[in-house]
Design a protein around this ligand. Sequence first.
Ligand code: PLP
Length: 334
Amino acid sequence: MSNFVFDSINKLNLANLPTPIQRLDVLSKEWGVDLWIKRDDYTGIETSGNKIRKLEYTIAKALSEEAGVVITCGGIQSNHCRATAAVAARVGIKSHLVLRIDEEPPIEGNYLLDKILGANITFISRKDYSGRRNEIMKEIADEYESKGIKAYVIPEGASDGVGNLGYIEAVKETLEQEKELGVEFDTIVCAVGSGGTYSGLFLGTKLLAPQKEVFAFNVCDDEEYFLNVCTTIAKDTVSALDLDLEIRREDMHIIDGYKGIGYAISRDEELEFIVDVAKKEGIILDPVYTGKAFYGLFNEIKKGNFDKNKRILFVHTGGLYGVFPKQEQFAKIL
Ligand SMILES: *Cc1c(COP(=O)(O)O)cnc(C)c1O
């Protein structure tokens, strides 16, 4: 792609890249597929997971605008908020997190790490979160600005036309690893929660490896919602980079039906699946995203819906700290 210019865009090097790609030998045999995993849970410790790939671009933009504070939002156990708090500390600016809660939360998991990392925190209700989180972040930004501190608001999950670039780059990285490994993946699979990872992978493959298909399992909302969100994010990037590329929602594949009882709520069968995978492969999936997406993939493979997909790469997008707030539910099944 001659006009593919994202290399020239400002970014920080914050993640441990490239992340390893490993073959899942036991599960490949059991499920009758050639199954591999990309360890984006290895991008860091404080910054583990997928969000740091997006934040490399987002925080670079915030710094270029001379921000002294980044403001972002998420659920109480948001991996994105924790990664943002860590990165902000690392680059020497403040972080302010707007966290969605139902009741006074125990200080555990990612929320504990947010506090250790020095984030300022505002709690809001579920209703305010869905209705006016962006307004609330704007109000907080105005407060900082009135004190002379430049504020930069990062949308939920850093999923916008900027953050998206991190997963276009992940596709480029994967193509280089394919050469080294001597394998080619025809299918890439991930979880979708705010859309940036999927739309980045989608765009990256459209630009650099159009023969590949990317599938995502939604962990909240539904297929229709994510087709809209991911199309919007991808179009933002296309116009920011001035690319000659048509984004069609018909080309996107969101597989609905595996969010279970709801976002960040686990069914025992999902946790049992996580335990099974951990025992067989020594890899711990998280209950909120990767556990549900991988469980979805397992079920879809069993149904024969991936029969045409010869070699599958699942992206482990992190989330380990989400295991700890579920310790009681895990304890029941162990
Ligand atoms: C945020 C997150 C996702 C979803 O990625 P989006 O880009 O928000 O769709 C998947 N896995 C983990 C562990 C996450 O924290």
